[in-house]
Design a binder for this molecule. Structure first.
Ligand SMILES: *Cc1c(COP(=O)(O)O)cnc(C)c1O
Length: 394
C-alpha cells in the first residue's frame, strides 16, 4: 500500500499490539463461557472481572457499577431509554445539547415520538453549553441531563463538573457520553457528579464492538438487552470476553500514558494548527482553543467543499474527515458546525484531523503542504472565490 497518514482517530483507532496480544489466549485457549460452572470457564470469568476493575479504578467507580455493552452507541441508547422508562412516573422531560453524537440525538428523537419532551441546549461559538441556559431549562418534571464530555467533531470539552453540580443540586440524573474523552482526559465520576457514563473500546486503541455503561449504585435502570442473567441481570448476552480483555488492556495503557500522550499530541496539534492558520488564507479554526481534546483539529476553509478536499487528501494518502464518520456521505453540513454558528457555506468547507501520539512532525509538514496545494487548487475552480477576490479588488 502507498504511504498512509492516518488522521481520523476520532472515528476509530489502531488496536495496540499489546492489546491484541492480551486478547489472543481468550480466543484459542481460554474460550470458556464465563457463566459456566467448571473451573476452565472460571479463567474467562476472572479475566472479565479484572478488566472491570481496571476500568472502574480509572474512573473512581466501583467494579459492580461497570456494565459491558457492544460499544458507545449501545451505552448511549441504554442510558437514555432505560432512564426514561424507569423514571417516567416522576417526569418526562430530558435535557441534552444540540451537538451530541447521533447515538444520543437519534435516541432522543425516538423518545420524543414516545411522549418524552426533550430540550436541546444551544452552544456558544466555541461549542460549550451555556450553564445559565441549562439552569433555566430545568423543570419539576426533568428526569435526566445528558451532555457529552467532549465533542467528537470539534474537540471541545464541556464544563462537566459544573453540569454535574447543577444536576445534583436539582436531584436530576446526569449522563455523559464520554466516548471521546475516556482514556484521554482524567475523569472521576464522584468529583464530576456523573451518574451514568458511556465509553467505547475502539476510540482508545482497543478493539471495536466493546463498550461499557457506568451506572452509579442507586440509579434505577432497566435491562436493555433481554435474555440471560449476565452483567448482574442488566445486560443479557454471553460476555465478549476477548473484547473485554482488550478493552481492559487498552484502558491500562491509556491511563499509564495519558500525560505523555497529551503532551505529545498537543504539541503536534498546535504545530499543525498554527502552520495551516498562517499559511492558508481564509481559514477558521473551529472549537475551543483552551478546553479541547489534545488530538483534535477542525478547520473550515472558505470557498471550498469539504468532500472534494477529503478525496484529494486521500489521493495523497491522508485520512481525514469532514463532520463525523456517521454523517459523511450525506450532503448536509454537520449539525455541530451549524450549532456553533457557522453559515452553511463555511460549514461545508470543514476538515477534521484527529491525531495519535505516534504521528510525527514530518507527517504534519507533509499534510500542511498537501492542504495548501489542494485548497489553492479548489479555490481556483470556485466561482465564489473568484467573485470574492474581484470584489475585494474594487
Ligand atoms: C464513536 C462515538 C460514539 C459511538 O461509539 P461506538 O462504539 O462506535 O458505537 C458515540 N459517541 C461519541 C461521542 C463517539 O465519538
Amino acid at each position: 500500500m502507498k504511504q498512509l497518514i492516518y488522521l481520523d482517530n476520532a472515528a476509530t483507532t489502531k488496536t495496540r499490539p499489546e492489546v491484541v496480544e492480551a486478547m489472543l489466549p481468550y480466543f484459542t485457549e481460554y474460550y470458556g463461557n464465563p457463566s459456566s460452572v467448571y473451573e476452565f470457564s472460571g479463567i474467562s470469568k476472572k479475566a472479565v472481572q479484572e478488566s472491570r476493575e481496571i476500568i472502574a479504578n480509572s474512573l473512581g467507580a466501583k467494579a459492580n457499577e461497570i456494565y459491558f455493552t457492544a460499544g458507545g452507541s449501545e451505552s448511549d441508547n441504554w442510558a437514555l431509554i432505560a432512564t426514561a422508562e424507569a423514571y417516567a412516573e416522576k417526569g418526562k422531560h430530558i435535557i441534552t445539547s444540540k451537538i451530541e453524537h447521533h447515538a444520543v440525538l437519534h435516541t432522543c428523537e425516538y423518545l420524543e415520538k414516545r411522549g418524552f419532551d426533550i430540550t436541546y441546549l444551544n452552544v456558544d461559538e466555541n461549542g460549550s453549553i451555556k450553564l445559565d441556559e441549562l439552569k433555566k431549562a430545568i423543570r419539576p418534571d426533568t428526569i435526566l441531563i445528558s451532555v457529552m464530555f467532549a465533542n467528537n467533531e470539534i474537540g471541545t470539552i464541556e464544563p462537566i463538573k459544573e453540569i454535574g453540580e447543577i444536576a445534583k443540586e436539582h436531584k436530576i440524573l446526569f449522563h455523559t457520553d464520554a466516548v471521546q474523552a475516556f482514556g484521554h482526559v482524567p475523569i472521576n465520576v464522584d468529583e464530576y457528579h456523573i451518574d451514568m457514563l458511556s465509553a467505547s473500546g475502539h476510540k482508545i486503541n482497543g478493539p471495536k464492538g466493546i463498550g461499557f455503561l457506568y451506572i452509579r449504585t442507586g440509579v434505577k435502570s432497566r435491562s436493555f438487552i433481554h435474555g440471560g442473567g449476565q452483567e448482574r441481570k442488566r445486560r443479557a448476552g454471553t460476555e465478549n470476553v476477548t473484547g473485554i480483555v482488550g478493552f481492559g488492556k487498552a484502558v491500562e495503557l491509556a491511563v499509564a500514558g495519558m500525560e505523555e500522550r497529551t503532551r505529545k499530541e498537543t504539541e503536534l496539534r498546535e504545530y499543525l494548527m498554527e502552520r495551516v492558520r498562517k499559511e492558508v488564507p481564509y481559514t477558521r479554526i473551529n472549537g475551543s482553543r483552551k478546553s479541547r481534546l489534545s488530538n483534535n483539529v477542525n478547520f473550515a476553509f472558505q470557498f471550498i467543499e469539504g468532500e472534494s478536499l477529503l478525496i484529494m487528501l486521500d489521493m495523497k494518502g491522508i485520512c481525514g474527515s469532514s463532520g463525523s464518520a456517521c454523517t459523511s456521505g450525506s450532503l448536509d453540513p454537520s449539525h455541530v458546525l451549524l450549532a456553533i454558528g457557522l453559515p452553511h457555506e463555511i460549514a461545508h468547507g470543514s476538515l477534521r484531523l484527529t491525531l495519535d501520539e505516534e504521528n510525527t512532525r514530518e507527517e504534519m509538514d507533509y499534510v500542511v503542504e498537501a492542504i495548501k496545494e489542494i485548497v489553492a487548487k479548489l479555490r481556483s475552480m470556485s466561482p465564489l472565490y473568484e467573485d470574492y477576490i474581484k470584489h475585494q479588488g474594487n
